[in-house]
Each structure stands twice: as structure tokens, then as C-alpha cells.
Design a protein around this ligand. Structure first.
Ligand code: C5P
Length: 221
């Protein structure tokens, strides 16, 4: 268990953050939210007034960012130069801008290498879009967490707007459908790679989804 790596990928609204945290807590593992790292670089770039289209400068920022990812699944902290940005990176401003940073290949090279250093230490659940394929393709447990698009839209709408009525769902569409389309150009998370187990959470409760992933850990690790 001390060396176990559980890799979880999925589109936005698939519930992967919540599920990954619950799985890590249940197994006594650390937790790494790689999406939060892309969000942190986005926050840092906007904070410094850097044009996100300036790929060289944004990549340089990613190499220099004094980013600290807390790895407690019950309270995953994100800090840049000592400032807690866990809440600041969840705003719609960051969600709208993050794909421009995540499609920057210089940024990806840097963040993937930081994530691989965590994977090498082991004892961790790592969650994102390219964990099963790029960051930790040799992890013993690799899971693609999916859910039908309407289910993901409704979940995100409840999370962000506290409601899943038609207006709330429409307001969330950009953050789910457009973002996934953009993200898909650099990471493949709609189809499971060879050897990756699929868990479709569309008809499952959170507890059932967590149990399904824990079942895969029992089976594979
Ligand atoms: O998971 P979350 O929605 O917080 O991810 C934010 C963004 O980070 C995604 O929309 C995607 O652009 C990027 N991302 C990525 N690769 C990962 C994790 C996240 O490109 N492994």
C-alpha cells in the first residue's frame, strides 16, 4: 500500500475529484489533484498580468511557480508562495481560462514532470486527464471515470449554481462541454486506453462509485 499508485482520469463533472479524495482517505493514501496545478498556473499568470497567448512566458511561469500541493485527501491545500489559493482557483474566471494554459505544451512538460515525481514516491491517488496515459501509465490501478454528458452538466450546475434547472445547466455548458472539447486536443480521456478500467457513474451514487473504484483496487493491486 505504501507504494501503490491509483490513477484516475475523467472529463469535468465526472465526479473524479470527490471520488479520488474518498478513495485516498479510505486507503490511507495521499491525494494529488493535477487539475488544481493547471488552475494554479492559470491563476499565477493572470495575477501577473501575463497574456495567456504568450506561450513562452506562460511556460516559463510554470517552470518557476513556487507551487505547493498539500496531499491530505480530507483537506487538499494549494498554495503559491505561501498564499492559499484553494478557493481562488475554483472561480469561473479560472475555469474559463485554464484550457488555454493546459494546451500549452511547455506547461504540460513541466507539470507532468512534477506529477511524475509524486507518482514515483507512491502511496498516492492521482487524478486528472492524462494520468492513466502519460503521468502514470504503469500504475497498477488505472481508472477512467465517466458519466453521460447530461448527468455531468447537472452535477456541475448544482455545484456551481446550487440548481440544475435549464438556466443553470446552460450557464455551465461552457465550463463542461467547451472545456472538455478544448482539453481533448492534448489529453485523451473520453476513451479508456489499453488496460484502463472504466467506471460509469451516471447511474451510481457517490458511495457506489467509490465502492466500484475500491473494488478495482482490490482486484488489481
Ligand atoms: O479537473 P479540473 O476541472 O480542475 O481541471 C482543470 C483543467 O486542467 C482542465 O480543464 C484541463 O484543462 C486541465 N488538466 C489537464 N490535465 C490534467 C488535469 C487537468 O490538462 N491532468
Amino acid at each position: 500500500r505504501e507504494t501503490l499508485v491509483v490513477a484516475i482520469d475523467g472529463p469535468s463533472g465526472s465526479g473524479k475529484s470527490t471520488v479520488a479524495r474518498r478513495v485516498a482517505a479510505a486507503l490511507g493514501l495521499r491525494y494529488l489533484d493535477t487539475g488544481a496545478m493547471y488552475r494554479a498556473v492559470t491563476w499565477w499568470a493572470l495575477e501577473q498580468g501575463v497574456d495567456l497567448a504568450d506561450t513562452e512566458r506562460v511556460a516559463a511561469l510554470a517552470r518557476e511557480i513556487p507551487l505547493r500541493m498539500g496531499q491530505d485527501p480530507r483537506a487538499p491545500a494549494v498554495a503559491v508562495a505561501g498564499t492559499d489559493i484553494a478557493a481562488a482557483i475554483r472561480t469561473s474566471r479560472i475555469s474559463a481560462a485554464v484550457s488555454a494554459v493546459a494546451t500549452n505544451l511547455g506547461v504540460r512538460a513541466e507539470l507532468v514532470s512534477r506529477q511524475q515525481a509524486v507518482a514515483r514516491e507512491g502511496g498516492v491517488v492521482i487524478e486528472g486527464r492524462d494520468i492513466t496515459t502519460v503521468v502514470a501509465p504503469d500504475a497498477p490501478v488505472r481508472v477512467l471515470l465517466t458519466a453521460h454528458e447530461d448527468v455531468r452538466l447537472a452535477r456541475r450546475a448544482r455545484e456551481v449554481h446550487g440548481s440544475d434547472d435549464a438556466d443553470a445547466v446552460d450557464a455551465t455548458r461552457d465550463q463542461v462541454v467547451r472545456r472538455d472539447a478544448d482539453d481533448s486536443t492534448v489529453a485523451s480521456f473520453h476513451q479508456a486506453a489499453d488496460g484502463v478500467d472504466v467506471v460509469d457513474s451516471s447511474l451510481l451514487s457517490l458511495d457506489e462509485t467509490v465502492d466500484a473504484v475500491l473494488g478495482l483496487v482490490e482486484k488489481r493491486a
